[in-house]
Design a protein around this ligand. Structure first.
Ligand SMILES: NC(=O)C1=CN([C@@H]2O[C@H](COP(=O)(O)OP(=O)(O)OC[C@H]3O[C@@H](n4cnc5c(N)ncnc54)[C@H](O)[C@@H]3O)[C@@H](O)[C@H]2O)C=CC1
Ligand SMILES: CC(C)(CO)C(=O)C(=O)O
Length: 298
């Protein structure tokens, strides 16, 4: 399969690097990473290891591929979609956190699959990516149900050794992941604690409240996600990733823009479309956006 990875930073470089052992992969990245991969190949280290030689470029348009993987941060999704609109790609798959697929659908003609990834990835230096945890890629039709394209993509991922599930219930999975991220990411980023600190703490109750609101909005969107399931998903992730610093905490610690718009912000916006108020998500989003403005990031 000819696969274009649009936005090869940490996750895109890891997934693209693993796919490159079997497939014809092009990484669209920034220099010096792109130049280094072109000149000397890519080292995958950590929980997975490989030396591979995908193509790498900073050129964003004019590519042709069977599949474009979108792995930019959520706030770069619209720009990525506009660049992909000037490429010839047969299908698009997002592995980002937050609700980003809708932005891709609104700007692209190619079919868009929904995806989530729980692999951990860190770009250590140009040309070198660390797999910090073997997780799973879950992908499928955006609206749910069986899908031949998703099956083909899943088969291609598995052929490259990626732990991959093709799911027929992506709407529920996306919203459950959103509920987990809406609760854990914002609260850990604002209180500067590891995920495990939420267990049995008042801050954990705040995370539950954000997740329950998210589940309510999911149901307004006709996605079946009971409050109890969202709350239990938060507890499960807090327990399994107790030592993790959430991606949003890492962004705040590094003084980088966060993905709050596509997580808590998306919950607020979609709730508003239904005339529904989500005060916890609204508060969390307002605080993070205020911090971003204060840090000159937006
Ligand atoms: N890193 C991880 O372990 C995981 C990340 N994710 C999600 O995956 C997404 C990406 O996350 P990371 O890889 O950590 O972020 P990252 O910031 O390391 O990678 C994004 C990359 O896209 C590049 N980029 C943006 N616009 C571009 C353009 N126009 N042309 C070329 N390159 C461009 C940036 O330079 C950056 O290197 C996020 O939504 C994140 O939440 C999900 C699961 C795990
Ligand atoms: C699941 C969780 C909360 C793990 O830290 C995550 O997805 C993130 O940090 O973005």
């Amino acid at each position: 399969m000819r696969i274009l990875v649009f936005g090869a930073g940490s996750l895109g470089t890891l997934v693209g690097g693993l796919l490159a052992s079997v497939h014809d992969v092009t990484l669209v990245a920034r220099d010096p990473h792109a130049a280094r991969v072109s000149a000397a190949g890519l080292d995958v280290v950590g929980a997975e290891s490989a030396h591979v030689s995908p193509a790498a470029t900073t050129t964003e348009t004019g590519h042709s591929a069977d599949l474009a993987l979108v792995t930019v941060k959520s706030f770069d999704t619209a720009a990525a979609a506009d660049a992909l609109a000037d490429c010839d790609v047969d299908a698009v798959l997002s592995l980002q956190n937050g609700l980003t697929e809708e932005t891709l659908v609104s700007r692209l003609d190619a079919p868009v699959l929904a995806g989530t990834a729980t692999y951990g990835a860190r770009l250590v230096e140009p040309g070198r990516v660390e797999c910090t945890g073997v997780g799973r890629v879950v992908l499928g039709a955006l609206d749910g149900g069986p899908d031949a394209l998703a099956e083909r993509v899943g088969k291609a991922f598995r052929a490259a050794g990626l732990n991959t599930l093709v799911a027929t219930d992506m709407p529920r999975r996306r919203w459950e992941k959103l509920a987990v991220n809406a609760g854990i990411n914002a609260v850990t980023a604002l209180s500067r604690v590891e995920n495990g600190a939420l267990a049995g703490d008042d801050a954990g109750e705040l995370a539950h409240r954000a997740a329950r609101e998210t589940a309510r909005v999911a149901r307004l969107e006709r996605v079946s996600l009971p409050n109890r399931v969202a709350r239990e998903a938060v507890d499960r992730v807090v327990e399994k990733t107790a030592a993790n610093r959430s991606s949003m905490l890492q962004d705040v610690a590094a003084e980088k823009r966060t993905e709050v718009d596509a997580i808590n912000g998306a919950v607020v916006d979609i709730a508003a479309e239904h005339g529904f108020e989500v005060p916890t998500n609204r508060t969390l989003a307002a605080l993070l956006r205020a911090w971003e403005r204060g840090a000159g990031l937006r």
